[in-house]
Design a protein around this ligand. Structure first.
Ligand SMILES: [Zn+2]
Length: 442
């Protein structure tokens, strides 16, 4: 028997001729092909790991790109296993050659082990599915206790054609952030999630206004204290966590100024300020005094811009940098359409916080395969790979890396380069981030 781990440029097609095969699939039951019970058996192993068994020819058929009913996401997972496989090969006279991947965990571990930096992750949407299901029920909310129904009703796993449905999902999640003990627990679990993903430098962002909405007993102070307590509870983990405070672009100017003041006043526990929600064009300039105040308090500034595929997207990115002094841009991917803005972003050394699955789910790009991330990177734009809303999207950061590897041919050296740059662009204090990062941060 031969045993080994294949990483790198191994394609699923390399296995097509071998039979039978066992492939560990990371994902949840909703994505598993159960329609062919005769020749497929599912063996649940752990939370996010299932094993799909069948002859190689059958599996090739199931995973065929053209077979209807499988989401982009499943496609990404399939390709992930193309490139990172732990396997055993054995030969016997009755069944011929066997290629057996012994555990999903082994398959996943090569990507998990890469030291990572995550700069763009919304705390409110970074949760364990089981926790969200349990908390939803305990709060008396209409949270399905069946995984498939919960994913369909509460999570965003396909591009939503109906905005009302998408907003309802955000609203469900928001309702669960209902009291201080829940906030502390969810924050702690988010840190633990980051650690388990191999994230060493982890910036979590949240919006005080978003959490406080509909929870009159939750003041900004109570929310922030509970979040900081959750991060402190995770201090035994080898991970540097930094908080970014969000001012929603949709807020009236007066409320935005109040939130901005709150963030600036807590410059001991925030590392930066961000503006989120949809592009509002030139109206963004009304936030200039808020950003100025935060900067004077020693906070860094990033902003969501160039996320939506609108004609002015490149200009929004330009203005956020030129007029508001953004050091990083959340998304910003649509600068790909404007070479002058791309040159400007490169010249300014501004990093784009790229979130591939998020961009597909919000219809910013038609598919993750068509994401401009590689073109941006090859043009010289600094990019980092992020998950945005992992709990809500039912993904994790390793899933995004898997997509980059399978659909955009990212090599380990390219991941390392993106992560070293992201470490350098992280708003966390130099000595704190260097203490957890394996290579010198420039
Ligand atoms: Zn975001």
């Amino acid at each position: 028997m031969r045993t080994g781990i294949i990483t790198g440029l191994v394609r699923y097609s390399d296995f097509r001729s071998k039979s039978p095969v066992i492939i560990p699939i990371l994902g949840d039951q909703g994505f598993l092909p159960r329609r062919d019970p005769d020749w497929l058996k599912l063996a649940p192993t752990q939370d996010k790991a299932f094993i799909l068994m069948g002859g190689a020819a059958h599996i090739s058929h199931v995973l065929d790109d053209n077979k209807p009913g499988y989401s982009e996401r499943f496609k990404g997972l399939r390709l992930f296993f193309n490139v990172t496989l732990a396997y055993h090969v054995s030969q016997n006279s009755s069944s011929g050659t066997q290629v057996i991947m012994p555990s999903a965990h082994e398959a996943h571990s090569a990507l998990e082990k890469l030291p990572k930096v995550e700069l763009h992750c919304h705390l409110e949407a970074c949760f364990r599915r089981q926790t969200m299901m349990a908390l939803g029920a305990s709060l008396g909310l209409d949270a399905p206790q069946n995984v498939k129904e919960f994913c369909a009703e509460w999570l965003l796993t396909e591009p939503e054609k109906n905005l009302a449905v998408a907003l309802q999902k955000f609203s469900n999640i928001q309702s669960v952030w209902a009291n201080e003990s829940i906030i502390e627990r969810l924050t702690y679990e988010a840190c633990e999630y980051g650690y388990n993903q191999g994230i060493k430098i982890f910036e979590l962002r949240y919006s005080p206004d978003f959490i406080a909405a509909g929870h009159p007993e939750l003041t900004f102070d109570k929310i922030h204290r509970a979040i900081v307590a959750g991060i402190e509870r995770a201090s035994h983990l080898d991970i540097a966590v930094g908080l970014i405070g969000i001012v929603q672009k949709t807020l009236p100017t007066k409320q935005a100024a109040y939130t901005g003041d709150f963030i600036a006043a807590h410059n001991d526990t925030f590392v930066g300020i961000d503006m989120a929600d949809q592009d509002i064009g030139d109206e963004i300039m009304r936030f200039a005094p808020i950003i100025e105040k935060a900067r004077a308090a020693g906070l860094h500034f990033t902003t969501h811009a160039g996320e939506e595929p609108v004609p002015d997207a490149p200009r929004h990115v330009y203005e956020a940098i030129e007029h508001l002094g953004a050091e990083r841009i959340g998304h910003g991917i649509h600068i790909i359409r404007d070479s002058a803005v791309m040159d400007y972003v490169i010249e300014k050394g501004v990093m784009l916080e790229v979130c591939p699955t998020s961009n597909w789910l919000t219809s910013s790009v038609p598919s993750t395969a068509e994401h401009p991330v590689r073109r941006l990177m090859e043009a010289g734009v600094q990019v980092s790979i992020n998950s945005d809303d992992p709990g809500l999207f039912d993904i994790d950061l390793c899933h995004e890396y898997a997509l980059m590897q399978s659909e955009h041919n990212f090599s380990v050296a390219e991941f390392d380069r993106c992560n070293d740059l992201a470490a350098s662009h992280s708003f966390i204090a130099p000595e704190r981030k260097q203490a957890v990062w394996p290579r010198p941060i420039e």
